[in-house]
Design a binder for this molecule. Sequence first.
Ligand code: ZN
Length: 367
Amino acid sequence: MKSMVLTDGPLGPEQHSLLEYPITPPQADGSVVEIADGLLWLRMPMPMALDHINVYLLQDDDGWYILDTGLNTETTRQLWLTVIEKHCKSKAIKGVICTHFHYDHSGLATWLTQTFNVPLYMTYGEFYMIKTISSGLASLGNDHQLDFYHRSGLPRKDVDAMLNSCRKDPFIKLCPPSFTRLREGDVLTIGKRRWQIVIGEGHSPEHACLYCAEDKLLLAGDQLLPHISSNILVTEMEPQGQPLKYWLSSLEKLQTLDPNTLVLPAHGPVFREMHLRAKQLIQHHLEQLDILRAFALQVTEFNAYQAMKHLFKRSLSPIESMMALGETLAHLNWLESNGDLFCQRTNDTGINSYLSTDKIKEDRITL
Ligand SMILES: [Zn+2]
């Protein structure tokens, strides 16, 4: 449940080079970089392809707020204790803000809020996702989930490998008992800065970004990343969901912020040229949609697994397959709702199959 490191092509190095990276990133070893007065950038390590998450410390008059937590691992816990002792200079931790529920962003929400006895700030949708997944590990591999993957055409051995990988992942096992709700347009005044909450959708249900218009700073979480494309995922929880539609409109919304904003993302370096980056990400998904439209014209019918294999050519680990399949379904759902594809959900195999509506109109396929 993290960001996608699968894509290249339209999001390759030549696209990254068009952005501006004014600050050298810290190592994921407790080192800290001061981005602006009272705004510290540090990195927590992650034992996976995406090897770090950026987290931030925001200084208030009498203490500090933590933005995003890192994974629920012993290494991250120790790093937090070291960093807080060294850099917060005996000022209290006042609160923990999580941009969204993914385990690299909120995995230590319970530990941090309990250790420092402080509130957790999240949106309603994200808090309830933590509540759901923290109680959902035991039901991993339930009948509904197995049916979802079967309908996608995923071979059973791949499903089992995926579920086994999930069981080993640093899942969130505990949910904090309460939270303070963040809403679109809310303002958090921390020190001399006023941070406005800007909600994004698509990568997660109600992702919070924090925007300081006066200083042109955006704490972007996973809503705008410089080097990779955030995972846009359809899961068994909402098989007919339209995350791509809302992801694209969220990227449009970010282009209404000041174009000279310095973006502080959750992964990769701090960067400028956020409008260009939003456009690149939109373009990437439009190209993925075009690839699937062309695929639908080449073949008579296909399932989601076959579409995934067409979009993601390289071999994928079980967790990467889960993300790639969810991402493929997000694009297929968009094409279906847009009238480009027809999805047959009732047939003998129990596997959903997709057909090009253009072909159907031309009477080249009989249903
Ligand atoms: Zn995320």
